[in-house]
Design a protein around this ligand. Structure first.
Ligand code: NAD
Length: 346
């Protein structure tokens, strides 16, 4: 095998030379995860961050954007649109950016509020005629199901869309799919996450979406809560959200991958919004029966020092790289984190 064949198919070659061009990456949504994603990319040479959009504007630069300039601008002015000289204010930041920037793959670090928002963004990409790779870290089963219904349109549009590629769903779902291989039958997949963040404002959408899983709440109610109402709720719980039996897409993803029926998958966890230390160790337990008839449980536990941002953004870019290699081979449509192996981004 030549050196070129040994190298990942997800790197680009320019013309006849073997010089590789980094994948040009865009980030939609510039909140907690979007900003962390750009810090992750800063350490990579196979990917270059060239474009981003938030609710009020966008910025793009083919030579690369600098998180050390973009993040302070976003914090002081509330939008990347204020970035000099590459920012533009716009109330249709996503379609404007899709049209103006040259990007191979986008990480959609957007809130899925309302629960149809991510599917509506996918539709904007389809309608724009853009071709490339999209990756999301969307969480709800019903949100992934909306995207599944779009598989033919994505395929026809030449888009390779990787869904559910964060931590859960994402890393932990993929770990469950691997752990399942020891068994002849899977009895249960139990995901338990612990998240610690210093303040909820750094991850507003994540916290609102988690609140929507609490008894008595739903997506609509959580979306319409003011910041003061979220704070009042968190004051009552001492900053802790305890979540059980969540509607999480790990279930539909493992069912689609043929691992087990969705009713065997459960997801819950504890989020501390006032302390970056994890309240418990995030883990997935996969219980099954081996071909010899033994019942056993595999447990995969994330290191306590790894943050939510590290466990979401790392896998998202690993799946984006895998998506680029599929796209280069003309494979379009919709794939989940339980179906495709992520590739490590150098
Ligand atoms: P955030 O609230 O911190 O930031 C959201 C960003 O999106 C902001 O920059 C905002 O301006 C931008 N935005 C909102 N509407 C927009 C629009 N119409 N056009 C352009 N930009 C828009 O969000 P976050 O806490 O970083 O969460 C992002 C998503 O990641 C959430 O949906 C959350 O559920 C998901 N998430 C997934 C996992 C996982 O493991 N799968 C873990 C954590 C978070």
């Amino acid at each position: 095998m030549s050196e070129k064949q040994l190298n990942s198919p997800a790197s680009f070659t320019t013309g006849n030379s073997l010089e590789k061009k980094p994948m040009r990456i865009g980030v939609l949504g510039f909140g907690g995860l979007g900003q962390a994603a750009t810090r992750v990319l800063a350490g990579k040479r196979e990917m270059i961050w060239v474009a981003a959009a938030d609710k009020k504007g966008y910025a793009h630069d083919p030579a690369g954007l600098n998180p050390d300039r973009c993040i302070p601008t976003y914090h002081s002015h509330g939008s990347l649109g204020y970035l000099e000289p590459t920012g533009t204010l716009s109330n249709r930041a996503i379609p404007d950016l899709i049209e103006k920037a040259s990007v191979d793959g986008y990480f959609l670090a957007l809130p899925n509020l309302p629960n149809t928002f991510m599917a509506s963004v996918a539709r904007q990409f389809i309608q724009s005629g853009w071709r490339g790779v999209l990756v999301d870290a969307v969480k709800r089963t019903s949100a992934v199901e909306q995207l599944l219904a779009m598989v033919d349109e994505l395929q026809a549009a030449g888009i390779t869309y990787m869904t559910g590629c964060g931590a859960t769903p994402g890393l932990l779902t993929a770990a469950a799919a691997i752990a399942a291989q020891s068994y002849a039958e899977i009895h249960s997949v139990k995901i338990t996450f612990g998240v610690g963040i210093a303040n909820w404002e750094a991850y507003r959408a994540t916290i609102r979406e988690d609140i929507a899983h609490l008894p008595g709440y739903d997506v609509q109610r959580a979306t319409s809560m003011s910041d003061a109402e979220v704070e009042a709720l968190l004051d009552r719980t001492n900053g802790i959200l305890t979540l059980e039996n969540m509607e999480h897409a790990d279930d539909v993803m493992l069912e689609l991958a043929g691992i087990c029926s969705r009713d065997r998958v459960t997801v819950g966890g504890v989020v501390d919004t006032r302390n970056p230390k994890k309240p418990l160790s995030t883990n997935v337990q996969v219980t099954g029966r081996t071909f010899e008839g033994k019942i056993s449980t595999h447990t995969f536990t994330l290191g306590d020092e790894t943050s939510m941002a590290a466990n979401v953004c790392g896998p998202a870019f690993g799946y984006l790289k895998a998506g680029v290699s599929l796209h280069q081979r003309g494979i379009y449509g919709l794939f989940t984190a339980a179906e495709v192996m992520p590739q490590f981004v150098k």
